[in-house]
Ligand binder design. Structure first.
Ligand code: ATP
Ligand code: MG
Length: 357
């Protein structure tokens, strides 16, 4: 059964729609991210789940019970959820251990149990040795660990995290995403995680809901989302890509300057004649310095290297197919060196070209 269900949820502020008919079903123990650009409605959605704001329309249910609707809303403290806010704060006047144990004390657990559970969770987030420090004596990452421990220690039904890593520097952010996923694997708390960082969402999540202008554009597992984006927005937001326009007619897709047998795209087609648009990831294109038989693998066309940048982990090339008014980004292994102006053969793999709306 679904743990958490958002049914046709809308949030209006005056005549501005911040959340626009969102439907979302989250399984018990699942980790779902809301991913999207600034202002797309992520925090608003999360705050509605937490119960801080009521929806204008629609319902939010947990374990089959309606928590929120336009005319009734269970208050946040009765939802058994923990939330870490976008600008997280741990109480500056309490030690690490006091911060973590506070929620348990509020729930009037015996002092010995508060101590025990606080100790256990601090072990898990590797903060036991700093239990008596105050927040001002901690690094950003350590404070973040305390915030996570504090949210998890009360064994919430649902954990809500709003950009919990946004205050950290890049390296620490990367380390903490693995930490968050590890904690999830250990405790299996149903989690909704808000972020605008696609890498963070990919590492932590079972499924990612990509939001734009208050709507969920697509929700899928990271692999599917990356390899089979359904819209231009999703394809462009999740990683880098090339957009290719083609015309489907008589079993062929004709692009600017070349064509590919439509049957090679496998099941990806909806069959209707007319324009088709593809998202083609830079690393799915291969470059060859010599012509290649156009048989087995895919489709090979001639072109030239127009631009190149060396990024250490990859080369990023811009190539232009001959006779086409088209530029494509191709990323290759660092060992594959071509010069600007070189003749090149570009190999497409139709299986890896995603048809988008
Ligand atoms: N109380 C409010 N009154 C009016 N508009 C609001 C209110 N709260 C949020 N909004 C608007 O709703 C939209 C969505 O806001 P929200 O905070 O959900 O965005 P977000 O996706 O979390 O963005 P960010 O990544 O910047 O945190 C924004 O355009 C915002 O200005
Ligand atoms: Mg926000």
């Amino acid at each position: 059964m679904s743990k958490l269900v958002l049914r046709d949820v809308v949030k209006n502020y005056g005549d501005f729609t911040a959340v626009d008919h969102v439907n979302l079903s989250i399984d018990e123990g699942e980790f779902v991210s809301l991913l999207g650009p600034s202002g797309c409605g992520k925090t608003t959605t999360l705050r509605m789940i937490a119960g801080f704001i009521p929806p204008t329309q629609g319902t939010i249910e947990m374990d089959g019970q309606v928590l929120s609707s336009p005319n009734s809303s269970l208050p946040p403290e009765r939802r058994q959820m923990s939330m870490i806010f976008q600008s997280y704060a741990i109480w500056p006047n309490m030690t690490v251990a006091e911060n973590v144990g506070f929620g348990l004390k509020l729930r009037k657990l015996p002092a010995a149990e508060v101590r025990q559970r606080t100790h256990e969770i601090l072990e898990v987030v590797q903060m036991s040795h700093l239990a008596d420090r105050y927040p001002a004596e901690l690094s950003g990452g350590q404070q973040q660990r305390v915030a996570l421990a504090r949210a998890i220690v009360v064994k919430p039904s649902v954990l809500l995290l709003d950009e919990p890593l946004s205050n950290l520097d890049a390296n620490l952010r990367e380390e903490m995403r693995f930490e968050i996923r590890r904690l999830h694997d250990e405790f299996r708390i149903t989690t909704v995680y808000v972020t605008h960082d696609q890498g963070e969402a990919m590492v932590t999540s079972d499924r990612i809901a990509v939001m734009s202008a208050g709507r969920i554009e697509q929700i899928d597992a990271p692999y599917t989302l990356y390899n089979r984006p359904k819209s231009r927005f999703v394809a462009g937001f999740i990683g880098r890509t090339n957009f290719l326009e083609g015309k489907l007619a008589a079993d062929k897709v004709t692009f600017d300057g070349f064509e590919i047998d439509a049957r090679r795209f496998g099941a990806a087609f909806n069959g209707s004649d007319g324009s088709v648009r593809f998202s083609v990831r830079p690393q799915t294109l291969k470059l060859h310095s010599a012509p290649l038989a156009n048989g087995a693998g895919g489709c090979v066309i001639g072109g030239k290297i127009v631009e190149r940048s060396y990024l250490g982990e990859t080369w990023d090339y811009v190539v232009s197919p001959n006779g086409a008014n088209l530029q494509l980004r191709v990323s290759t292994l660092p060992s594959q060196v071509h010069d600007v102006g070189d003749d090149i053969w570009i190999e497409f793999d139709p299986e890896q070209m995603a048809v988008i709306a």
